[in-house]
Every structure is written in C-alpha cells, then in structure tokens.
Design a protein around this ligand. Structure first.
Ligand SMILES: [Zn+2]
Ligand SMILES: [Zn+2]
Length: 271
C-alpha cells in the first residue's frame, strides 16, 4: 500500500490546495477509512473561508464521508477491516460534558467536528473515531449514501422529531441539497407533502421526488391569500379581512396550502 495519500487542504482562508501526506495510523479508539465518496455541504464553505468558530488551519473539509475501514486502532472491537462506514459532521462526543451525561450527545460541548477540529473527507484517507461512525447498508452506493450523513440526517431527524402523525401536512421550503431529501422522507413517512421553490425549474424534480403539491414562491406567495391580497389565517379569518400587520407564525395558516390540499381549516385557527 502507498505510504502517502492525496488530500484537499485549506492552507489559508480561501486557499484550497491538493497536497500529498503520509498515511497516518489510527490511535486508540480510532479507525482509518479509505474514502470512496464525500458529499459537499454548504458548511464546508465555512472551513474553506476560515470563518468556522474554533477552526485551526491547515484543515481538510468534508463531513459527508463514506468509505471502507482499512486499519483499526487499539481497543476497537465492534468494527472490521473492509467494512463500509459513514461519518457525519459530529464525529464523536466527549462523553463527559453535561449534555453528554444526560444522553444529549448531539449537543456535546466538546465534540469532534469533521473539517473543523479534525480533518474530513476531501481526501483519499481519513481517521475517524470508532464511536462516531455508522455502518452503510449494501443496497446503497457510497455516492448515494454520502449526502445522508449530513443533509439526510438533518431533514430526517427534523421530520421524525416534529411530533407529526401520518397524514399531517408538511411543507419543505427550498428543493436543494436538503430539501430534495426532505421531500422524499416526508412522502415516504406518509405526510401530505408540499414543496416550495422559486421558479418552475424545480417543479418536475419535486413531483418526481413525491411532492403532492408544488408552489412556485416566485409568483405565488404561499403565505398570502391571493384572493384578498392580505395575510390570511385561513378562509374564516380571510372573510373578516385577514390579519393586520402580517402573519402570526404560530396561528397563521398558509391559505394556499390548505386550499391546494382541500383540507379543512383546523380548529386551533378558528379564533
Ligand atoms: Zn453539512
Ligand atoms: Zn460532551
């Protein structure tokens, strides 16, 4: 095996360059991954421009990483060489801070952060904490799986922790890197799924991904009642002349959404 690997490293703010480095050995509790795919997330720009809090350069960005384990550090027993795994932005909790001790490890106060506190996946090889990796099922290619490690987790966890039930209304604002996954999760989780984009060019994609309704926010304000031209709390409120002073984020219903889906005005809006 080659003793060096290629990586894209941020050497100074705004300077992303290709470098050749010595292949590192994993420390205790770590694994070395041969990277097969790494997604590109907008957060990577905060590493490249040098503005991410706590960032020290040089640093390799990339936190949507899928690859195969090729070396195990001391004390790693759960994982095997050759196993395909993924790593996301939070690559390991410290296990001792107050949120960690409450089981809230996603809010760890001293986490391992890929592309910020440690090098990430814009490279042929990376070192990962064994406690921070996830196995990748064979049905998914590495390129398909990689974006799930950040954009996918973000949208999936938002939906499954939102207290929704099957049949509820979900609107996904923006059909981009996160939104195109959110639409698919929402549809497959059984929600009435509305995609909101700007322009018509995302309409076919949104429909192909499973959206029941597409709203083009460039021509159609999803929050504004087009018939009366006023902010609306649903048909009943619109009959009274709508809301003065703009929408109430808690009480207002995007009137067009309800009409598009032919849903009843919910009781909590009948004030
Ligand atoms: Zn990300
Ligand atoms: Zn912690």
């Amino acid at each position: 095996m080659k003793s060096t690997y290629k990586a894209l490293e941020v050497s100074a703010p705004g300077n992303l360059r290709l470098v050749e480095r010595s292949v590192p050995e994993p420390g205790a509790g770590q694994v070395r991954i041969r990277v097969e795919a790494c997604g590109i997330c907008h957060t990577d720009a905060a590493t490249v421009t040098g503005i991410y809090p706590g960032l020290k350069l040089p640093r390799v960005p990339g936190h949507e990483v899928v690859g195969r384990i090729e070396a195990l550090g001391n004390g790693v027993s759960k994982w095997k060489i050759g196993q395909r795994v993924g790593v996301g932005l939070i690559g390991g909790e410290d296990g001792v801070c107050e949120p960690c001790r409450r089981g809230d490890i996603v809010n760890c106060q001293n986490p391992v952060v890929l592309g910020v506190t440690v090098d990430g996946g814009y490279a042929e090889v990376m070192i990962a904490e064994a406690r921070g990796i996830a196995s990748i099922p064979d049905e998914l290619s590495s390129a398909e799986a990689a974006p799930l490690l950040c954009a996918g987790i973000t949208t999936y966890n938002a939906l499954r922790n939102a207290g929704l039930r099957g049949g509820d209304l979900v609107a996904v604002q923006g059909i981009g890197g996160l939104g195109h996954l959110g639409v698919q999760f929402a549809r497959h989780m059984g929600f009435h799924t509305v995609a909101i984009g700007r322009g018509r060019e995302k309409e076919k994609l949104a429909n192909d991904l499973g959206a029941h309704v597409y709203i083009d926010a460039a021509v159609d304000d999803a929050w504004c009642d087009g018939a009366t031209g006023v902010w609306s709390c649903g048909p009943r409120q619109a009959d009274r002349g709508g809301c003065a002073g703009g929408p109430d984020p808690i009480k207002c219903v995007p009137a067009r959404l309800w009409r598009a889906l032919d849903l009843r005005e919910p009781d909590r809006h009948a004030d």
